[in-house]
Design a protein around this ligand. Structure first.
Ligand code: MTE
Length: 319
């Protein structure tokens, strides 16, 4: 059961957040997912549909110089719990998500609330930025993302003076996301929709990328099509996928993982090698495709750019 994973990944890297999900729902989830239609031969990941090409200007200044991972790795080893618990589930079931038509509601404490059609979002000047995605499970991947600073979108809706936080909400639709079906996850674990959040100054930081593509094309469904957030100095779970709503709030918003396990997942979730997760050291990480572990840098290498956002904060308390 549930042993359908790429051999290049170690056991420790796949025995992960799902420890939260109690054994019963885990079994139900696994068996229900196995009843779902597969596109190709049983168990084989669906090949990503040929992606629409995107024009983007390379932003060297905001990119790291590490070599990107292979497209195949990035699209076949995913965390996207709406599709299931296994790393291979998103690629296998991604064809169920329909990324068009799609709109994103941007509202809350703003002067000009607005619903953006995905085609309007794609008209923003797009940049390619190479960022490493660092997962709290202890692995990382380097990805050439395509998008633009979230601040450009937020400026259009004009946040009011009382807006202090931003909440991101993923699509909730059990038709498209099989693991959202009540029979699977209603017994506990993550609540749907998946929600995440940032402080407004984090959301307005130029590094925070509203992401519509990668590797020169639109986002594959398993990577959060058609639009997601990528926050490169935080653990990957902050980077919510398949967004339908961005809401400005006065209070710190609830986030899915902090709600499921508050002692393990905080609101800030900055990459911090000096603060271990209760079950995993955060001092090192394994770059997918490499053998040896490497030291994890503070803020995933962006200490100079983002360190001042946390001046005076106790980052052991605000993990
Ligand atoms: N967003 C949603 N809606 N659902 C998820 O399960 N998983 C998060 C994040 N965003 C997740 C999500 C986690 S744990 C990680 S590590 C990254 O997506 C993985 O992104 P990737 O699959 O593109 O590498």
């Amino acid at each position: 059961m549930l042993i359908n994973r790429a051999t290049m990944f170690k056991e420790a890297e796949v025995t992960d957040y799902r420890l939260y999900l109690n054994r019963r729902e885990f079994i139900l989830g696994a068996s229900a997912a196995s009843l779902l239609p597969l596109t190709a031969e049983a168990g084989a990941p669906a090949p990503p549909p040929p992606g629409q090409r995107l024009q983007a200007t390379k932003n060297e200044k905001l990119s790291i110089t590490d070599k990107p991972n292979a497209f195949k790795d990035v699209t076949s080893y995913n965390n996207f719990y709406e599709f299931g618990l296994e790393k291979s589930d998103p690629a296998r079931l991604a064809h169920m998500l329909r990324p068009r038509p799609w709109t994103v509601q941007v509202d809350g404490l703003v002067h000009k609330p607005r619903r953006f059609d995905i085609e309007e979002i794609l008209k923003f000047p797009l940049e390619e930025r190479i960022y490493a995605l660092r997962c709290v499970e202890g692995w990382s991947m380097v990805i050439p993302w395509i998008g633009f600073s979230l601040s450009a979108l937020l400026k259009q809706v004009e946040p009011t003076g009382s807006a202090k936080y931003v909440q991101f909400t993923t699509l909730k639709d059990p038709e498209q996301f099989p693991a959202q079906r009540p029979s699977i996850f209603s017994l506990g674990g993550l609540d749907w929709p998946y929600v995440e959040g940032l402080r407004l100054d984090e959301a307005m930081h130029p590094l925070t990328l509203l992401t519509v593509g990668m590797y020169g094309q639109v986002l594959p469904n398993q990577n959060g099509a058609p639009v997601r957030i990528v926050v490169p100095w935080k653990y990957g779970f902050k980077s919510a996928k398949s967004l339908v709503r961005i809401q400005l709030t006065a209070e710190q918003p609830q986030t899915s993982w902090a709600k499921a396990a508050p002692h393990e997942y905080g609101f800030y979730s900055n990459v911090n090698p000096t603060v271990d997760h209760p079950r995993w050291s955060q001092a090192t990480e394994r770059r997918i495709g490499e053998f040896l572990r490497r030291k994890s840098p503070m803020f995933n290498g962006y200490a100079d750019q983002v360190g001042q956002l946390y001046a005076g904060m106790d980052l052991r308390k605000h993990y």
